[in-house]
Design a protein around this ligand. Structure first.
Ligand code: NOJ
Length: 741
């Protein structure tokens, strides 16, 4: 299971040709012929998307479909409703234009995989792609051909509830995983009946919401926008993503849904993106609340001029576009361009040519369960293992399973699991019972939910802990606290969980905390009281067996964080690729500076009340074995433009168990016309090493990998000195230096 920069390029190349089996000229001819026959009303209908497909389909909706009122439905109807609606559209409407059914298939459809932030911790794009492929097959079976994923927002604020849907804080990783997911959803050919059109969202900057409060405004200087926030979208565009969604947020004062600069200028003109752009849910009419549009008519005008092709749920387009065209405020070319993109997507998906499929139900297969189990296993991050407590050997007697998340199927699935069913979930409790037998497990939930403040169940939990040899504490946050509109101002374990840990710790048994959550939480004191901490995210329906495998040593943990864990919420935003400042603090520098403004000793960039470094850094994760990095080499001291440099190190498994190591490549540009981050990830490889095995791990770098945006928004590689690391995480590793000429 390797992943290299080169592989990413190959993946992208494969995807770019895999747009659809039909020749583009053929599609363009059919699109234009159809467009020529459409009335303005029918065109505006194609630009409108609704949730109003309900069981049973009302007469009104049937009639509207016949009249071409809707181009698409989202998150609506049963498989039978979708089949029937499609029949009406194709057989009873004047032009027979098929509907496009969209849905939020975010981390699985029936087979729920870990949340994307968990999937990212696997650093395994091939497996992530497989997960998306399985989701596509299941969703397409039920008549869905468009998913609103991958989310490509950069997440640097764990208060933001939607950080669960991100790939973490790094634009390179978000690009790699985003492209992998697009490939998985769209398959080899968009017009295969089991392909979904993917949708890169939320274009752009949504993750930078001030205060981590969902939907809040973002202020991102253009240089940072291009360097960080736009990058994954550009990668998705190169990967052939079929659509993009405009974000809810105002970016530098302008709601993106009405922002000609972001959509028309960058996406359409600079990137020449010809896929569909859909608004987020009522984001067009939200522009009135934003104070950017006077009314719905003004909002429709601004959105269509920006380049938004389809309106999700609100009806400003339907209500006003026609009269805006008649008044000469919107040109018919603008409308035709939007409709052309929508029709093109429907042709690419093969919707016009495929027979209307009979309603069918997707089911979870053994293979899909196995993929979910593998991805969940690879997503687990071991953060602490003193003793070591883990793995627990088979003969270790009784285990107390305690905590609100040990047996909570819905919480385990996490946000956006609309189609996941609780009965399909295997919880840690059920998996441990299956693995060890019921007699060896004493279960005491102690708290009814993660938010429960009552200590009523503590006594029984303490009793369970006393009776066992090892205690497994399943802590975290429930599904309800994570996802859209679920921002938190505190990042600690909610409810009475910390008090529970305190009581259990007093019992004095070897204790492991397994934390299930949709975001990085702060749990410094909890970690200090237990022997081991395993971070499990919301691991999906096979999370239970995956966790049991790792706890019992059937699998070795290999996940690494793709997001920095703060010590306290007051450090947020905290991320590894920050600038150095003019006064960087030294490691372990803490406390009130003893100097004064005249003699500024200790006047460095830090806090007086907490260590400025993170609790757990980006890229970090422990294993049951140990790895040694040695023999660092660079192919030469100088990298000339257009050439390639190779960087290698020997990575050895120095322990007694076979394991995967995620080897990371970082660079730093030491002096540039715009200050560059102290470290930037440029590549990684997941390497499997048997006990005692060593391998040479090689990366290559070109001058293009070192490029950044200068003040004139040109992408440049400037000559000068660079540092380069091959490292187990963002804080350590072996370092070398080279010069770019
Ligand atoms: C709003 C969310 O922001 C977006 O991600 C989602 O796809 C739409 N709702 C549709 O459910």
């Amino acid at each position: 299971m390797y992943f290299r920069i080169e592989h990413y390029a190959v993946l992208v190349a494969a995807m770019t040709v895999a747009q659809g089996a039909r020749p583009p000229e053929d599609i363009e001819r059919r699109v234009n012929a159809l467009l020529a026959r459409m009335t303005l009303d029918e065109k505006i209908g194609q630009m409108s998307q609704s949730t109003s497909l309900k069981t049973p389909i009302s007469e009104q909706i049937r009639d509207e479909i016949r009249r071409g009122r809707w181009g698409s439905f989202l998150n609506a109807g049963s498989p039978a409703d979708r089949a029937e609606a499609q029949r009406i559209a194709m057989k009873e409407s004047r032009l027979g234009i098929p509907l496009l059914f969209g849905r939020d298939v975010i981390h699985g459809y029936k087979t729920i995989f870990p949340i994307p932030l968990g999937q990212a911790a696997s650093w395994d794009p091939e497996l992530v792609s497989l997960g998306a492929r399985i989701a596509a097959q299941e969703a397409a079976t039920e008549g869905i051909r468009w998913t609103f994923a991958p989310m490509l927002d950069i997440g640097r604020d764990p208060r933001w509830g939607r950080i669960a849907e991100t790939w973490g804080e790094d634009p390179y990783l978000a690009s790699v995983f985003g492209a992998a997911m697009v490939q998985g959803f769209q398959g080899d050919s968009l017009d295969a009946s089991d392909s979904l059109a993917a949708c890169a969202k939320h274009y752009v900057g949504y993750g930078a919401a001030e205060g981590g409060r969902d939907y809040n405004s973002t202020w991102i200087p253009e240089i940072l926008l291009r360097q960080v926030y736009l990058k994954p979208f550009q990668a998705a565009r190169e990967a052939g993503v079929a659509s993009m969604m405009t974000a809810f947020n105002a970016l530098n004062g302008v709601p993106v849904t009405g922002d000609r600069f972001a959509v028309h200028q960058i996406l359409r003109t600079e990137w020449k993106y010809d896929g569909v752009v859909v608004s987020d849910y009522e984001a067009i009419t939200d522009m009135i609340q934003h104070g950017y549009a006077r009314d719905a008519r003004d909002a429709a005008l601004k959105a269509v001029r920006a380049g938004v092709d389809m309106e999700m749920v609100s009806t400003a387009y339907f209500d006003h576009l026609k009269s805006l065209v008649q008044a000469g405020q919107v040109s018919s070319t603008t409308i035709d361009d939007a409709v052309r993109r929508i029709l093109r997507l429907k042709f690419r998906l093969g919707l016009f040519d495929a027979p209307i499929a009979a309603p069918a139900t997707a089911s979870i297969t053994e293979e899909s369960r196995e993929a979910a189990r593998r991805l969940a296993t690879e997503s687990l991050v071991l953060l602490k293992n003193a003793g070591p407590v883990l793995p627990i050997v088979g003969s270790a007697g009784k285990m107390a399973v305690i905590g609100p998340l040990a047996d909570s199927p819905v919480d385990q699935m996490g946000t956006w699991a609309m189609d996941g069913r609780a009965e399909d979930v295997q919880t840690p409790l059920s998996a441990l019972r299956a693995a060890l037998g019921r007699d060896r497990i004493v279960y005491a939930p102690a708290l009814k939910s993660s938010r429960d403040l009552s200590r009523e169940g503590f006594q029984q939990a303490v009793k369970a802990a006393r009776s066992a040899n090892t205690v497994l504490l399943f802590l975290g946050e429930e599904q309800l606290l994570s996802g859209e509109a679920r921002s938190r101002a505190f990042l600690d374990l909610p409810g009475a969980q910390e008090q529970l840990v305190e009581e259990i710790a007093k019992v004095g048994k070897p204790t492991v905390a397994i934390i299930l959550a949709g975001r990085p939480l702060t749990f410094h004191d909890v970690a200090a009281k237990v022997g081991a901490v395993l971070y499990a995210w919301h691991p999906g329906l096979m999370g239970g067996p995956a966790i049991a495998d790792v706890l019992l040593g059937k699998a070795t943990p290999s996940g690494k964080l793709t997001i920095t864990f703060p010590r306290t919420v007051g450090q947020v935003p905290i991320y590894y690729a920050h600038l150095n400042t003019g006064r960087p603090a030294a490691a372990n520098e803490l406390g009130i500076p003893m100097g004064n403004p005249v003699n500024p000793a200790g006047y460095t960039s830090k806090y007086v009340d907490v260590d400025f470094t993170p609790e757990y850094p980006f890229g970090f994760g422990l294993s049951y074995t140990t790895f040694a990095y040695s023999d660092f080499r660079i192919s030469g001291p100088v990298l000339h433009a257009g050439e390639r440099l190779t960087v290698s190190a020997n990575v050895a498994n120095t322990g007694t168990r076979a394991a995967d190591e995620i080897v990371q490549l970082y660079i730093r540009d030491l002096a540039a016309s715009v200050s560059q981050p102290v470290k930037e990830l440029k590549g990684f490889q997941r390497v499997h090493l048997a006990a005692g095995e060593a391998r040479n791990v090689t990366f290559s770098l070109t001058s293009a990998d070192l490029a950044f945006y200068n003040q004139r928004m040109q992408l440049v590689t400037e000559p000068g000195r660079f540092q380069v690391w091959i490292a187990p995480d963002s804080t350590g590793g072996l370092r070398g230096e080279f010069t770019v000429r």
